[in-house]
Design a protein around this ligand. Structure first.
Ligand code: PLP
Length: 374
């Protein structure tokens, strides 16, 4: 078999081991300890935001953001239909109702016109998701939010390092939420980050995620155990120091895929809004002829190339069927045709070239004609 190609496996090395060992040696293995604040400071400095708070997941980051903004029962929150389900579940944890807005056919991101059509007098917030690292049309989303008095919580789980008009995603709304799950551009083994410029809010979030524990263990509110551990933060900080290296690799992978496949009739790439610079967490393609998608994925698998379908529209999943949906048919269209290509930073340029050759063969020959390399 050809050398192993990785879809989204994490890239963990000597620096992570070094920092993790230091954290273990310090005796601080749980949520106390210097690595958590170190990661928070590094993150805030990198993003040019006033403060960052580390959490135990991107999902808990989104939940605590909604909670902090006072969103709850009777409120509606607008979410894109095409996203990972973890964008939407926290809306329900908070007691609010998700309303789905369809995505734009070119960028696969929340369509601002659908967002505006989704607004009612119960709408309190909107959660733009920078899908696969690709920034949303934040000017339009913020304009709509201002017009109707809505909070903007960015789901930047997939977009660390992406920018919109030169400003990092996750710092363009009221609060931004990142994920440090194992498949993301950088990982802490698991974890999340909440960012923002309102220091008072961020301080309150820091308090809430630690069981709302006050002086002498006295509790004035119902808090959460959403703390990141010192061990996770040590790994996360090592990964942060390698972020530029990973972003450069993912950018190069995206360019290689586009250069090799961009001119093929029948393949389309996710497009970027004007002023957007994706972090290219994932490079995904649309296979225009939906009937060949499965054959293509299976042929690639036979050749040692792992791929994955895009997220199924959350509006179609059992817990969310029947929710209000401003549907233009785009989320389903993209889902039926979309494939995520190998993008782990464990791959090297030759691996991506190999993937491109296999895809080219399929398209130029009309199917896979050569036997898989053993
Ligand atoms: C768009 C999106 N939102 C939220 C999450 C949740 O992050 P986590 O897995 O860290 O809870 C993820 C990733 O898993 C995601 O891709």
């Amino acid at each position: 078999m050809y050398k192993k190609i990785h879809l989204d496996a994490p890239n963990i090395g000597e620096l992570e081991k070094l920092y993790l060992n230091r954290a273990i040696d310090s005796g601080y293995v749980s949520s106390a300890g210097p690595w958590v604040s170190g990661l928070e400071e590094k993150c805030a400095a990198y993003l040019h935001t006033a403060k960052a708070v580390a959490t135990n997941s991107g999902t808990s980051a989104l939940h605590i953001a909604l909670h902090e903004l006072g969103i709850g029962k009777g409120d509606e929150v607008i979410v894109p239909a095409l996203t990972f389900i973890a964008t939407v579940n926290p809306v329900v944890y908070a007691g609010a109702t998700p309303v789905f807005a369809d995505v734009d056919i070119r960028t696969w991101n929340m369509d601002p016109r659908a967002v505006e059509d989704a607004v009612t007098d119960k709408t309190r917030a909107v959660i733009p998701v920078h899908l696969y690292g690709n920034p949303c049309d934040m000017d339009e989303i913020n304009r709509i939010a201002r017009k109707y008095g809505l909070h903007v919580i960015e789901d930047a789980a997939e977009s660390l390092g992406a920018r919109y008009r030169g400003v990092f995603t996750g710092t363009l709304g009221d609060l931004g939420c990142f994920s440090l799950n194992g498949n993301k551009t950088i990982t802490a083994g698991g974890g999340g980050i909440v960012t923002g410029n309102d220091v008072q809010r961020l301080n309150h979030i820091k308090f809430l995620i630690n069981q709302a524990r006050g002086e002498q263990g006295y509790h004035t509110e119902i808090g959460f155990n959403y703390r990141m551990t010192n061990l996770q933060a040590a790994v996360g900080l090592a990964q942060f120091e390698r972020l530029e290296e990973f972003l450069a690799k993912k950018r190069a992978f995206n360019k290689a895929y586009r250069d090799a496949l961009g001119h093929i009739n029948g393949i389309r790439f996710q497009e970027e809004y004007k002023g957007a610079e994706s972090s290219y967490w994932f490079t995904c393609i649309i296979v225009e002829d939906a009937s060949v998608r499965r054959e293509l994925q299976e042929g690639l698998k036979d050749r040692g190339i792992p791929t994955r379908r895009l997220f199924p529209p959350v509006s179609e999943l059992p817990p969310y069927r029947g929710c209000r949906f401003i549907d233009r048919g785009n989320s389903r269209y993209i889902y039926e045709r979309g494939i995520c290509l190998p993008c782990s930073t464990l791959n090297n340029p030759e691996d991506i070239e190999y993937v491109c050759r296999a895809l080219s063969e399929f398209y130029y020959e009309g199917s896979f004609v050569y036997a898989p390399v053993k």
